[in-house]
Write a protein that binds this ligand. Structure first.
Ligand SMILES: Nc1ncnc2c1ncn2[C@@H]1O[C@H](COP(=O)(O)OP(=O)(O)O)[C@@H](O)[C@H]1O
Ligand SMILES: [Mg+2]
Length: 259
């Protein structure tokens, strides 16, 4: 394949550095990040707390100012949040005064050219996709943690962003609920072909979901290693090949962190 015919990267980070200046001086949150992510690729960022995973996600989201280097989405510099990207966090951040349907419809209110009827149809589509079609009138406080994250996922998907940025979205959930959501997310990724950046400190979760797993190390936050995951999909969290690769990656991570 020549350079002319290569498909351009969906997301491109070139020599990205981010320094926070606080009371205790300067902290290099990210150092020399170079990364290309293809359309529909699912990339997981793994590493211990404080290695800059969230900061990098926020840079791509357009929420972080004052970094150096280039961050591009679809060939254009990121200079603020955009409708082409949505973010989902560990805390669901749903609006408690709106019901399930109201939460999923909320971002659609900002989308021009849709009638109310169309907004409801779109919200129904995504509620069905996350398996909550019978809960549209439920109040947020009535839902389990897993259901809340499903609503948050439907809300993030509803504006039909091309890029989904997920920051430890399942970290607060119990193991069984998490495994169900791995299945849901794989199904949604296959159906909707999003480009997904997914932050986790759980190696096995990253291997279950990602096309690639990037290992970060802290102080300064850097990408230290990259693993391609060539396992067939859909992937079972307890699959033996998946467990074996997770073990290799965990060992590599230990080596990186030991030095
Ligand atoms: N707004 C901020 N001001 C000062 N330091 C920050 C800020 N946000 C993050 N940091 C620091 O930058 C480093 C990377 O943080 P973060 O991206 O949240 O790491 P991770 O998500 O991998 O845990 C940490 O040391 C953190 O304390
Ligand atoms: Mg974080």
């Amino acid at each position: 394949m020549t350079a002319d015919t290569e498909i351009p990267a969906k997301i491109r980070l070139n020599a990205v550095n981010k320094i926070f200046t606080g009371d205790r001086g300067k902290l290099v949150a990210l150092q020399d990040i170079n990364l290309e992510i293809g359309e529909s690729e699912f990339v997981c960022f793994v590493g211990p707390s404080g290695c800059g995973k969230s900061t990098l996600l926020r840079i791509v989201a357009g929420l972080e100012r004052g970094f150096t280097g280039d961050a591009e989405v679809d060939g254009s510099p990121v200079n603020g949040p955009g409708r082409d990207r949505t973010v989902m966090f560990q805390e669901h951040a749903l609006f408690p005064w709106l019901d399930v349907l109201g939460n999923v419809m909320f971002p659609l209110k900002l989308k021009p050219g849709l009638t109310d009827k169309e907004r409801i149809e779109v919200a129904h589509y995504y509620l069905k996709l996350v398996g909550l079609e019978t809960f549209e009138r439920a109040a947020i406080h009535e839902l389990s943690g897993g259901m809340k994250q499903r609503v948050a996922l439907a809300r993030a998907l509803a504006p039909n962003p091309r890029v989904l940025l997920m920051d430890e979205p399942f970290a607060a959930l119990d193991a069984m609920t998490r495994e169900q959501l791995y299945g849901d997310l794989q199904r949604i990724h296959a159906a909707r072909k999003k480009t997904i950046l997914f932050v986790t400190h759980n190696v096995r979760e990253a291997v279950c979901l990602g096309d690639r797993v990037l290992l970060f190390s802290p102080r300064p936050g850097r990408i230290r290693h990259e693993f391609k995951v060539d396992l067939p999909r859909p992937r079972e969290f307890n699959d033996t090949a998946l467990a074996a690769l997770s073990r290799d990656i965990t060992n590599e991570l230990k080596t990186i962190l030991a030095v």
